[in-house]
Design a protein around this ligand. Structure first.
Ligand code: PLP
Length: 486
């Protein structure tokens, strides 16, 4: 085939002029590299003006515009008004920053356009490599099972589904949970992410099945209270079947005593699940890993590569100790019969046998590139740096009489507030003012009913100077809104 034939795909959707397209593609790539290189010089966040929103009230297009034109719209009306989580000043919620490595891998994955639901293809093998690595990281058996999902919200739901099959047997898939005469109950701390409660809703158990266990002073699950609740439930005829521990709660980053929870789960015959959305990747750093002792005894771990792992969105994952139970929860025997030993329909089980998705993207590639290119040591080191920055912020808050630390800093999240009358209202106003200033972007949460300004240092770019800027802004707006003068 000569170059000329090569250059024409015969499709009306492919470029007419590949050379012109190549130029445009390089411009787009360069713009994103410049954006990431210079992100520090931008505001963290700014609200989108009406003119930008109007771009997206256009009528459905009959004919196309040039790529160049659309790229300009992206640069002018989309890029400047994103949430800003690539920026070192972004400290709201729990957002990863992404990396250039991940961005480039996403481009390769999109070009290949693999559908990683199944079939005998290497992209499935790349996903299995991630599963094998995660089994190694968490000390799971080598034949443990795993699958990419959108995020930990979905991974928590998968865990409840799998625990339900363990508890009620595979027939529950036909009969449903409503037919059981057992009275199931499950446990998690009061600081557990709302997605777990939602998983009990969506799985048909109902949210009342999930008992919320009180916290101790470190905002970890109170294991004594847990034991008392389990005994009381058993005495009343309930059947405890699942216990969820947190490896980094979303509000303060507290890590439950996972070894003790593993013991309780084993004694009581419960499925032990860990929500490690935020904290589980800390296993990549030897000292941080010590905080997670016991995580390797879990039956399942849900976590996100897209938060502290810095893989571009989305890249949630669930690791399951018992591979056959995982398969029994989702696989469809009808589909199995159509699988072959050889050919493109070989190589079962497939990712689509391990979760509810059939068509699914190549999340494994950006994760594989991130782990292979940056390496676990550097990724772990950047997480340890986040914790140092959080400790710096906590120390500064403690030394500042106008500020108050509202929760212990176990990991990388600092909850604090400006001390004044009507503090809930004033601190909520401060958080919004800081966001609008573009200098930093904290979020807020409630700690024992008190409104806290919350800085989660998840971004690998965030340094001491960035949290110093946050504090300066908080003090400035705090004085203004509280009417205090110093
Ligand atoms: C973010 C988070 C979740 C939800 O994960 P998504 O990836 O956003 O679906 C669940 N639990 C904890 C502790 C989290 O921090």
């Amino acid at each position: 085939m000569n170059h000329d034939e090569n250059s024409r795909s015969g499709s009306m959707l492919d470029p007419a002029d590949w050379e012109e397209l190549r130029q445009q593609a390089h411009t787009m790539l360069d713009d994103m590299l410049d954006y990431l290189r210079d992100v520090r010089s931008r505001p963290v966040w700014q609200p989108a003006p009406e003119s930008a929103r109007q771009q997206f009230h256009a009528v459905l297009p009959r004919t196309g515009d040039s790529l160049n034109q659309l790229h300009q719209v992206f640069m002018q009306d989309v890029l400047p008004y994103a949430a800003g989580n690539a920026h070192p000043g972004f400290m709201g919620w729990v957002h990863g920053a992404g990396t250039v490595t991940g961005m480039l891998a996403e481009m390769l994955a999109a070009g290949l356009n693999a559908n990683v639901g199944g079939r005998n293809q290497m992209p499935v093998e790349v996903e299995r490599q991630i599963t094998r690595w995660m089994a190694e990281l968490f000390g799971f058996p080598a034949d443990a099972s795993g699958v990419f999902v959108t995020g930990t919200s979905m991974a928590n739901l998968l865990a409840v589904w799998i625990a339900r099959v363990r508890f009620m047997g595979v027939d529950v898939r036909r009969n449903g949970v409503a037919t059981t005469h057992l009275a199931p109950v499950a446990y998690a701390s009061a600081a557990t992410h709302g997605s777990l409660e939602q998983a009990f809703d969506l799985s048909g158990f109902g949210t009342r099945v999930l008992r919320r266990v009180p916290l101790n002073d470190n905002r970890q699950i109170d294991t004594e209270a847990l034991r008392v609740m389990i005994a009381a439930d058993r005495a009343r005829g309930f059947h405890p079947f699942m216990l969820t521990g947190n490896a980094g709660t979303v509000d303060t980053g507290a890590i439950d005593d996972l070894a003790e929870l593993a013991r309780i789960a084993r004694e009581e015959g419960m499925w032990f699940h860990v929500d490690g959305a935020l904290g589980a990747p800390a296993m990549m750093h030897p000292q941080l890993a010590e905080k997670l002792v016991g995580i390797g005894e879990a039956d399942s771990i849900a976590f996100d590569f897209h938060k502290w792992g810095q893989v571009p969105y989305d890249a949630g994952f669930i690791l399951v100790r018992d591979a056959s139970l995982h398969l029994d929860t989702f696989s469809s025997p009808a589909a199995y019969l159509r699988r072959e030993q050889d050919g493109l329909a070989g190589g079962s089980p497939w990712p689509c046998d391990l979760g509810p998705d059939l068509s699914r993207g190549f999340r494994a590639l950006k994760t594989w590139f991130t782990l292979r290119h940056l390496g676990m040591d550097v990724l772990g080191e950047s997480m340890a740096r986040s914790c140092q920055v959080a400790q710096h912020l906590a120390a500064r808050v403690t030394s500042e009489p106008e500020l108050e630390l509202l929760a212990p800093v176990a990991l990388n999240i600092v909850c604090f507030r400006y001390v004044c009358d009507d503090a809930d209202r004033v601190n909520a106003k401060i958080a919004v003012a800081v966001q609008l200033s573009g200098e930093a972007a904290p979020s807020t949460t409630l700690i024992d009913g008190q409104l806290a300004i919350r800085a989660a240092i998840v971004n690998h770019r965030t340094r001491e100077e960035d949290v110093d800027r946050l504090l300066a802004a908080v003090l400035r707006w705090g004085r203004e809104y509280s009417g205090r003068t110093t």
